[in-house]
Design a protein around this ligand. Sequence first.
Ligand code: RB5
Length: 142
Amino acid sequence: MTIYIASDHGGFKLKEKIKNHLVKKGFEIKDFGTHSEDSVDYPIFAKKVSNAVTKDSNSKGILVCGTGIGMSIAANKIKGIRAALCWNEETARLSREHNDTNVLCFGQRILGEDLVLKIVDVWLNTKFTNEERHIRRLDMLD
Ligand code: RB5
């Protein structure tokens, strides 16, 4: 599976931590930037990751900004993207099981690194339940 990842300046440091964590675990990573703490506009990066995820069925996306809110709003505007701003392992697990989320968002100002890496692991290791009621609701979103 390929993980497409990006951040704005407000999420740059956490994005690098997540990327290193996933590289160590053997995931193929494509980093769309940003590559420093110089100010940039988060919608551009959300769009790059979201478009890549919609074109690659064996992929997921991770987006980081200061709060995670701008990234999640921007990603969810792209058809086919179900982006979740998760704040603990339970929301990460349920976002996969019930919502089949394909993009995970974080706020660097909001959560500590250790918790973020746990959330990433749970999210990547949890499958969609494929239950009829959840499929029906996701179809409604489309
Ligand atoms: C950038 O200052 C900040 O607004 C951005 O990182 C994010 O928090 C937006 O939702």
